[in-house]
Design a protein around this ligand. Structure first.
Ligand code: EPS
Length: 380
């Protein structure tokens, strides 16, 4: 079973990622992990902290000569802004942040003790884990891509579906967005928010290509992959909504419009499905909590960052006086960064379901199991 644990505070010494259950025999290139970490640091709208950090993963365990040996892989990301013991107290909770809820839960008058772990800085550790999952899944032709669909109410057109083209467009955009015209407007919106001391949120879309049918299960509620993906996406800081396929739009449509009719053609989709296919993908690649061989499509809504330069009303914890919330250094818009985080957590979740289905302590064993299963699908 693929398992992830992260540790580390925002201004502590470092962040740590421990991934258990990776099969032996996977070459791990640190540069591939670092590429994802750099992407997470980027995007228009990021705050001054990103100019201080240079997120890079150091592999501490789980490999020999750069190849996994089946033991837990531990990665370390150094914090250049290591200042946790010098930072001033925080006693004016920010609405929308974990500050007040965390203070009540952990009995902390100084909410610095809350925000240090609640900070989205922790997502760097999740991106590192996602990069490991990406390397694993790539061996089997699975590719997960995340991009920005909307910022501050400006929605991008995303007619491109071919993964190579999606990646090219996304990687040439300063907002990780596929639509150049929308991108210009989004940037203006972010600059406006910055000028007025405000922040903006948006929508992120994730597509997973080449996923074999049969991941996840309807046999128990917590095995359904749609539920597991939604949980992973909702567990990213600032995410307030998740939809799969048509999502909320399905509520306005009739069944005959929503469901994806079934066709058969021998050479379709590299035979992942043995020839069964759909002309539409309103289900977003999942039926009965199981992948059906079509691409997985998931969207997540990110609220605007709660740390505001022009702060909202709050209460001083020590005196109970009405005050303005603390104004910490922060981002104006972290939707591009969140697209990298969501891509990582969705990749990890798919990898987990993949290993659950195909197992294997070595990559050769996993490959054999997958091939045997695909032959069985073909013979259906
Ligand atoms: C972040 C690092 C943080 C914030 C941001 C995410 O750095 P600092 O708090 O030192 O400026 O920029 O954190 C938040 C948005 C938050 O709500 O905590 C990062 O590495 O992503």
């Amino acid at each position: 079973m693929l398992k992830l644990t992260t540790a580390g505070e925002s201004h502590g010494k470092c962040l740590l990622t421990v991934v258990e259950g990776l099969p032996a025999g996977i070459p791990i290139d640190e540069e591939e992990i670092n590429k994802e970490l750099r992407r997470r640091q980027g995007g228009v709208g990021r705050g001054p902290r990103m100019a201080i950090e240079k997120d890079e993963a150091e592999v501490l365990s789980g490999t020999r000569k750069g190849i996994t040996i089946g033991s837990p892989v531990c990665l370390k990301i150094k914090n250049y802004d290591y200042s946790i013991d010098r930072l001033p107290e925080l006693t004016r909770p920010r609405p929308g942040h974990a500050d007040l809820a965390g203070a009540m839960k952990y009995g902390q008058g100084d909410m610095r003790n809350v925000l240090e772990r609640a900070s989205a800085r922790e997502t760097a550790a999740r991106v590192a884990a996602g990069a490991l999952a990406k390397i694993l899944l790539r061996t089997f032709g699975v590719e997960v891509l995340g991009y920005v669909k909307a910022v501050g109410g400006i929605v991008a057109e995303t007619p491109v579906k071919e993964p190579g083209e999606v990646k090219r467009l996304r990687d040439s955009s300063s907002l990780y967005c596929l639509d150049k015209r929308a991108e210009e407007k989004m940037i203006k919106r972010i600059v406006e928010a910055e000028k007025s001391g405000d922040s903006v949120g948006g929508i992120i879309e994730i597509m997973a290509h080449g996923v074999p049918p049969g991941l996840g299960s309807y046999t128990q509620w917590d095995l359904r992959l749609d539920g597991r993906l939604a949980r992973a996406a909702m567990a990213v800081p600032a995410i307030k909504g998740v939809e799969i396929g048509l999502g909320f739009k399905a509520a306005e449509m009739s069944g005959s419009e929503v469901h994806d009719e079934i066709y058969y053609g021998k050479s379709y989709r590299g035979n992942l499905t043995g020839g069964f296919y759909r002309k539409t993908n309103n289900a977003g690649g999942l039926e009965g909590g199981i992948t059906n061989g079509e691409p997985i499509v998931l969207r997540a809504v990110m609220k605007p960052i709660p740390t505001l330069r022009k702060p909202l009303k709050s209460v001083e914890l020590t005196t109970k006086e009405a005050v303005k919330a603390a104004a910490e250094r922060s981002d104006v818009c972290a939707v591009p960064a969140a697209s990298v985080v969501l891509e990582a957590v969705v990749t990890f979740e798919i990898a987990q379901a993949f290993m659950e289905k195909f197992g294997g302590d070595s990559i050769q064993e996993t490959k054999r199991n997958l091939e045997g299963y695909l032959a069985q699908v073909k013979a259906l």
